[in-house]
Ligand binder design. Structure first.
Ligand code: PRP
Ligand code: URA
Length: 208
């Protein structure tokens, strides 16, 4: 398992605003999309390319275009949806899947309420999105679902991770690489990442 921390200054700057409790939902949503796009730039660095001959206005040349497996973006609902919205701006032809999970507030275990994935998910490179990797119960469950449906090349993208969450994914799914913008300090007694940014779903959608 490879852990990539995208600590580019633009990402750090936007993350600082996301973490600020005074940032409202509109800005929060926009920044989540922007950070996700910047992270996708790194997460997709190893996409395969094929040479093609093209004509520029001046001459012919060999250029490179994306090849290999098609892509699927899979959001863990609710909060992963906003990351998919951002990443789709870079790869608009990607198929999109949804896995609906919420954490039981007492046990912190994930409860699945929905799963709709592209039929050919097994033949696609999958980018699974969830902004918060806390206990990793949700991410591990979502990866289980993806593998049961045949997916074999999966990358997990989270904006903030707890060290405990990274470790749990590493143990449960050592073949899955993780891309994050930050690894924070610890999980509190309620399973929240500290310092974190609070409840991502509530901040995106203005609920609570
Ligand atoms: C949050 C968050 C992740 C999950 C992470 O979802 O968006 O999906 O918690 O926690 P974990 O790593 O401990 O599983 P939440 O349960 O609040 O549901 P929501 O997105 O519908 O608000
Ligand atoms: N889910 C969130 O939205 N935030 C956390 O800190 C942990 C889980």
């Amino acid at each position: 398992m490879k852990l990539t921390v995208v600590d580019h200054p633009l990402v750090q700057h936007k993350l600082a605003i996301l973490r600020d409790k005074n940032t409202g939902s509109k800005d929060f949503r926009e920044l989540m999309e922007e950070v996700s796009m910047l992270m996708a730039y790194e997460a997709m660095r190893d996409l395969e390319l094929d040479p093609v001959t093209i004509e520029t206005p001046l001459t012919s040349m060999t250029a490179h275009v994306l090849s290999g497996k098609k892509l699927a973006l899979v959001a863990i609902l609710r909060a992963g949806l906003i990351m998919v919205d951002g990443i789709l701006k870079l790869v608009p032809a990607a198929r999109v899947g949804h896995i609906g999970l919420y954490r039981d507030p007492q046990t912190l275990n994930p409860v699945e309420y929905y799963a709709k994935l592209p039929e050919d998910i097994g033949g696609r490179r999958v980018f699974l999105t969830d902004p918060m990797l806390a206990t990793a119960g949700s991410a591990v469950h979502a990866i289980d679902v993806l593998k049961q449906r045949g997916a074999s090349q999966i990358k997990l993208m989270s904006i903030i991770a707890a060290p405990e969450g990274v470790e749990r994914v590493r143990k449960a799914h050592p073949d899955v690489d993780i891309v994050v913008a930050a690894v924070d300090e610890y999980l509190n007694d309620h399973g929240y990442i500290v310092p974190g940014l609070g409840d991502a779903g509530d901040r995106i959608y203005g609920t609570k």
